[in-house]
Design a binder for this molecule. Structure first.
Ligand SMILES: [Zn+2]
Length: 317
């Protein structure tokens, strides 16, 4: 079945779950999605996934299906196919999702964390096409990473490679969700941007951000929207976060010497408003010969990334 034309992709998120059937060119032939009934426990979510997977596989002979690829938030064990308590999936503790799917569908199953799977998707079909050494970084609620080195996904010893969001970029900096201080994620993620705007609210009463929302309710989205309208304060807050992102990427580039870094959500939405300060930080913190070969670009796949993430597990080895 290694050259079977179809692949099923499963995306398990805390907000939504989706299943697709695709071909090896990345064309989506069938798609189902539902809101994740995460609070009802893992068994309920698995039954949602079974239902949707059955629907996308309906009428397709099993020998035409190469396998099922599952993309899920970590921590997880990709070799054993076990998911360990992702923060957005309460009650998932050592769920053997690979075996559960294999038994149900009689097809081979691969499991990968969502950042790695999305990195493969951007590498196969998006902004990372044609590269040998590429880093994909999610940049939204969290900052995660997937490393494609020498054309292959690099997982590390126990699936923890690429956790760029939890490298330290500021000594004694703000507390991170992981328990450390000064992590990149605590300084540059969406919630970090919102926190910084809130901290500086009293000093910026005239900012357009405060015409949109109150300091209690501010999100990174409000800051990005105001910055796009030219608001000086919002641009300052975004540039500060982007500078930390630039430092994080410079550290990464000094170690891995990649040819492309592909950035998710915030870079896609804010574009040059974040890429310009980010590149300035790179100029300060990375060697010119490292920068010479390095492009930093926004991701290209948008919502398709999640659909293709699981599928791509069967397109790479
Ligand atoms: Zn952290």
């Amino acid at each position: 079945m290694a050259d079977a034309p179809y692949i099923a992709g499963v995306d398990i998120g805390g907000t939504k779950v989706a299943c697709v059937l695709a071909d090896e060119e990345g064309n989506i032939l069938a798609r189902r999605w539902q809101l994740t009934r995460a609070q009802e426990g893992w068994q309920t979510v698995v039954s949602q996934l079974f239902e949707m997977t059955e629907q996308v596989l309906e009428g397709v002979p099993r020998q035409q299906v190469r396998g099922i690829g599952i993309s899920c938030g970590g921590p997880l064990d990709s070799q054993q196919g076990i998911v360990y308590s992702p923060p957005n999936l309460p009650g998932w503790d050592a769920v053997p999702i690979k075996r559960i799917f294999e038994e149900r569908f009689g097809l081979p199953v691969r499991l990968e964390n969502d950042a790695n799977a999305t990195a493969l998707a951007e590498h196969c079909f998006g902004a990372g096409r044609g590269t040998r050494n590429m880093v994909f970084m999610t940049w939204g609620t969290g900052i995660g990473g997937g490393l494609i080195l020498d054309g292959r996904l690099y997982r590390g010893t126990n699936d923890l490679a690429g956790e760029i969001g939890h490298t330290t970029v500021l000594l004694d900096g703000p507390l991170c969700g992981c328990g450390k201080r000064g992590c990149l994620e605590a300084l540059a993620s969406g919630p970090a941007i919102a926190r910084r705007a809130r901290e500086l609210a009293e000093a910026s009463p005239e900012s357009g951000v405060w015409q949109r929302t109150s300091p209690d309710a501010v999100t990174a989205q409000h800051v990005v929207e105001s910055a796009m309208e030219g608001d000086t304060f919002a641009r300052f807050v975004l540039a500060e976060a982007a500078t930390y992102m630039g430092i994080g990427i410079a550290n990464l580039a000094q170690i891995l010497n990649p040819e492309r870094v592909v950035l998710g959500t915030i870079a896609v939405k804010a574009g040059e408003l974040v890429l310009e300060p980010l590149r300035r930080a790179l100029e300060v913190h990375a060697w010119s010969r490292v920068r010479q070969v390095l492009e930093v670009v926004p991701a290209q796949l948008g919502d398709r990334a999640q659909d293709l993430a699981g599928v791509c597990l069967w397109l790479a080895d």
